[in-house]
Ligand binder design. Structure first.
Ligand SMILES: *[C@@H]1O[C@H](CO)[C@@H](O)[C@H](O)[C@H]1NC(C)=O
Length: 431
C-alpha cells in the first residue's frame, strides 16, 4: 500500500497547516487497524517525527511540546519554553499595534455607517478616525501570526477585514489563500467554496498557483455536499486538465474517484478514460487502472482484481476514505453495466464473480438494480440468467475476442432466485 500512498506528494503542494489533518488521519488509521500490518504505511515514531518537523516552523509551541514528549519520552529542552515566551510577547505586541483598527472594525454600527456614506476605505479611516498609518499592515501581520499559532478563526476574521480595506493586490491575493486555508482547517465548507471561487478567478494564467489550488480544493470537494460535482466540473476544464497533465498527474486519482462515484457526471467517463490512457506512463494506481481495464481494455477479470486493491487504496487515502462504500457500489455498477452492454445473456453466478461479491449478495443486488434502475433486462430464473433487452452490436464486436473465454455456468442460484422472484410475485399479488 505504501506504493500508492500520496501523502508526501500532496504535502509538497499544501500549506504546512493543511498537512496536519493528513498526518492525524494516518495516525488514526494505524490505531484502528492495529491488528492488520497491511495498512501500517508509516511507523508511529515516523508520524510523530513528521509532525514535530512541521510544527517547528509554526507558533504552535504547546502542541510541539506535546509531540516532543510522546516522541522522546522526556521533557522538551528549554528552547521550547524560550520560543513560547517569544511567541506570546510578539502576539501581545501585534495585538496592540492593530488594536485601534480592530476596535473600529468590531463596531458594526460604525462600519455600516461608513459603508453607507461610501467612506469605508483605509484613507478615510486613517485621516478621520484616529487609526495610525501602518495599522492595516499590522492587521495582516497579526492575522498571519495568529494563523501560525493555530488560531484559524482569528486569522480568517482579520484576513477578511484586511481584504475589504487593502489596496495592495498582491497582499490581498495572499490573504485570500490564507483565509481559504483557515476556512478549510475550521471545516467551514460553505465559506471555503466561496474562497475557492474567488481564487479561481484571481489566478487566471498562473500554472504554479493552479497546481496549488487543485490540491487545496481536495479538502473542499470531498467534504462539501456538492463537491463531487464541483471537482469534476473544475478539474475537467481545459486549463485545469492541462495543469494536471503537466504538473500533477496523481490528481487523476481524485478526479477518477469523483467521476466513478458521481452518477450525474457519467457522461464524462469517456473523456476521462482518454486522459488516463494518455497519462498512464506518468501516473497510474489501482483506481485509474480499474477504469482503464474496464473501459479501454474490456478486461473484466483485471478490473475485478483492481477493485479489491482500490478498496485498500481508498481506506488509506485521507480524502477518499469516506467515499469508500460509495465507490465500491458504483464501481460494481459500472462493471455490471459494461458487462450487460456486451452480453445478450448473463449467468448470474459468473457475474457475482466479476463483481467480487458473494452469490446471495450479488443476486439481491442485481434484482434490485433491474427493478430500481429501469434496466432493460429480465431474469430467467429457471436458467439463472439475466437477459438483456437491447444490444449494441458494434461494442459487442469490439470486445467479443476479449471475452469469449468467459465461461457461463448455471447452478445453485436458480433455486434461490426462483424463491426470490416467487416472493416478489406474492408481494405484488397482496398489494
Ligand atoms: C484568536 O485571534 C483573535 C483575533 O486576534 C483573538 O481575538 C482571539 O482571542 C484569539 N483566540 C485565541 C484562542 O487565542
Amino acid at each position: 500500500m505504501a506504493k500508492y500512498d500520496l501523502t508526501q506528494t500532496i504535502a509538497t503542494y499544501l500549506d504546512r497547516h493543511l498537512v496536519f489533518p493528513l498526518i492525524e488521519f494516518l495516525k488514526e488509521n494505524r490505531a484502528l487497524k492495529s491488528s492488520s500490518s497491511l495498512n501500517k504505511i508509516y511507523g508511529e515514531k515516523e508520524l510523530l517525527s513528521a509532525q514535530l518537523d512541521l510544527l517547528s516552523n509554526t507558533n504552535m509551541v504547546d502542541f510541539a511540546m506535546d509531540i516532543h514528549r510522546k516522541l522522546h519520552e522526556t521533557e522538551p529542552p528549554a528552547t521550547f519554553a524560550t520560543k513560547r515566551a517569544a511567541v506570546l510577547a510578539r502576539l501581545k505586541e501585534l495585538n496592540a499595534l492593530c488594536a485601534p483598527l480592530v476596535r473600529l472594525l468590531q463596531d458594526q454600527t460604525k462600519v455600516a455607517e461608513l459603508k453607507e456614506e461610501k467612506n469605508y476605505n483605509i484613507e478615510f479611516i486613517q485621516e478621520n478616525l484616529g487609526v495610525p498609518a501602518g495599522c492595516l499592515d499590522h492587521l495582516y501581520e497579526s492575522a498571519k501570526f495568529q494563523f501560525e499559532c493555530g488560531n484559524y478563526s482569528g486569522a480568517a476574521d482579520f484576513l477578511y477585514h484586511f481584504r475589504t480595506l487593502s489596496n495592495d493586490a498582491e497582499k490581498k491575493f495572499n490573504a485570500l489563500w490564507g483565509k481559504f486555508a483557515a476556512e478549510i482547517l475550521m471545516l467551514k465548507w460553505t465559506t471555503a467554496i466561496e474562497d475557492l471561487k474567488a481564487l479561481k478567478e484571481a489566478i487566471e494564467a498562473k500554472l504554479q498557483q493552479r497546481t496549488w489550488l487543485l490540491h487545496w480544493s481536495l479538502f473542499v470537494f470531498f467534504n462539501h455536499p456538492n463537491g463531487r460535482n464541483g471537482i469534476v466540473d473544475m478539474f475537467l476544464q481545459d486549463k485545469y486538465l492541462n495543469t494536471i497533465q503537466t504538473t500533477c498527474p496523481h490528481i487523476l486519482r481524485y478526479l477518477t474517484t469523483a467521476v466513478i462515484t458521481n452518477k450525474r457526471r457519467r457522461n464524462q467517463l469517456n473523456d476521462l478514460v482518454r486522459v488516463l490512457q494518455q497519462e498512464s506512463h506518468s501516473y497510474s494506481d489501482p483506481i485509474t487502472e480499474f477504469l482503464e481495464d474496464l473501459y479501454a481494455n474490456f478486461d473484466f477479470d483485471a478490473a475485478q482484481k483492481k477493485l479489491r486493491e482500490c478498496e485498500n487504496v481508498l481506506m488509506n487515502d485521507f480524502f477518499l476514505v469516506s467515499c469508500r462504500n460509495e465507490f465500491m457500489e458504483n464501481a460494481r455498477l459500472l462493471i455490471f453495466e459494461t458487462y450487460c452492454r456486451i452480453h445478450q445473456t448473463i449467468d448470474i453466478s459468473t457475474l457475482a464473480q466479476k463483481l467480487d461479491m458473494d452469490q446471495d449478495a450479488a443476486e439481491r443486488w442485481i434484482v434490485n438494480l433491474i427493478r430500481n434502475a429501469h434496466l432493460d433486462a429480465k431474469i430467467d430464473s429457471a436458467a439463472n440468467h439475466v437477459i438483456m433487452g437491447t444490444q449494441n452490436p458494434s461494442i459487442y464486436q469490439q470486445v467479443i475476442d476479449k471475452t469469449k473465454s468467459l465461461s457461463f455456468r448455471t447452478h445453485v442460484l436458480a433455486n434461490n432466485l426462483d424463491k426470490y422472484v416467487q416472493s416478489e410475485g406474492d408481494d405484488k399479488a397482496q398489494a
